[in-house]
Design a protein around this ligand. Sequence first.
Ligand SMILES: *Cc1c(COP(=O)(O)O)cnc(C)c1O
Length: 247
Amino acid sequence: MGNLVEENLKTVRQQMELACQASGRNIEDVKLLLATKTVPPEKMQMAIQAGETLFGENKAQELRDKFPLIQEDDGVEWHFIGHLQTNKVKEVVKYVTLIHSLDRLKLGQALHHQLLKENKTMDILVQINTSYEESKFGAAPETAVELVEQLAQLETLNVKGLMTIGKLNATNDETRHCFRLLRLIQAQVMEKKLPSVEMDILSMGMSGDFKVAIEEGATIIRVGTSIFGQRYLPDNYYWNENVLQGD
Ligand SMILES: *Cc1c(COP(=O)(O)O)cnc(C)c1O
């Protein structure tokens, strides 16, 4: 029996195929992450039934609440994609295999401290604010290379690439510019040939712009609305919290 989540997934997967064809890319090189903030576990289960395995959450609390409700033997993997406060690090490292939103040294240090205690390592992406919008988190593009160098010193962190949120409600050209900037920073970092740094992952593209992101080299796209429908909370609840950027 079909359901709406399954139908939407089919459409998104088809659009991914088309974008790959249009840009001469291999579909195997682009992963679909389901952005599941506010999405109830029953709907996530529908996506699992349809064969999906990669979920991204924005808040530690929501991650903790939903994690035990999803069966582990479905091969499910969780990533963290939201703004991360230093006091939530301990919670988040319990559940996720990749943190997309490492955007400041202080957060890297807090993470390192926690991982040392647990004798663990963690894969991370460095989030860059390529749109220069104040409402969004992410390191300034000009500081990106230096931040990666600093994070590379923390031996519990494995830098795997970069993440960005493209400019919202913008023209294709404007979002494309954001994604190109991320790729440019990727090249700048690779030039440094830092021993413990890999730059294979580019996490970029959401419901409104994932086709452009694929054309520009995304290896993970993060899609929510196109699969699960409109959320009842506005995005600035997640992106423009009253928290200090430097906490
Ligand atoms: C919510 C969210 C997405 C997905 O956005 P949609 O427009 O619903 O596809 C992607 N990335 C991040 C960081 C998000 O918070």
